[in-house]
Design a binder for this molecule. Sequence first.
Ligand code: 0O2
Length: 207
Amino acid sequence: MDSASTIYGKYAPALQAVLEDLVGRIQAYNEKEKNENGEMAYEHLIYRVKSPDSMKEKCGRKALPCTAYTALREVRDSIGIRIVCRFIDDIYVNVNYIKAMTGCRVIEEKDYIKNVKPNGYRSYHLIIEFEAPYEDVTGARPGHFFAEIQIRTIAMDSWASLEHQLKYKHDIKNPEMIVRELKRCADELAACDVSMQTIRDLLRTEQ
Ligand code: 0O2
């Protein structure tokens, strides 16, 4: 048994296929924007099926049983896509595109840009549910699948990546100072995002 089948069981190939389908649709949208409007909707995207170890860790953290049903129905980020944008306004353009996608229903929405987390984390999160032509964990076909889509700027993304790495360092001598400094960096990057957006708006009005 390979590692992917240890929690997702026979649904692992369907998860991969559903992810690829979703990614294909988002990439096609970006191409269309580029061809029709001369500007990309986003800078790049990354995506993954959550690793079985990470899914097991999350089930444990939430005190949930480590089963395929939990991984595919109760934890809703087995499929994860991160859309990284150049400007703040582009985040909301992408959010609207996702919300309008055929067969997609938004079941949870968190705007950590307007409601910044106390540590400085900024990002827009959508949990979506959609139908795909594969059997799901309830035995239904077409099945219902969930995905988490995170949308943020390049600056927000670089901060989140570094902060994520630092979280796993346990030998930090002055953690309060590090938390404070991380928050300061997040706020400075956010100020740069606002300035970049303003520059873009100015250039657009001049054109
Ligand atoms: P991983 O390993 O990155 O996937 P939920 O997922 O809804 O059960 P929660 O925390 O209520 O749990 O959801 P939320 O706040 O939408 O966060 C989901 C994901 O956002 C996290 O997934 C992280 O990827 C990211 N995230 C949230 N807060 C932070 C933060 O403070 N710093 C960083 N770097 N990332 C954050 P996982 O599964 O926790 O982790």
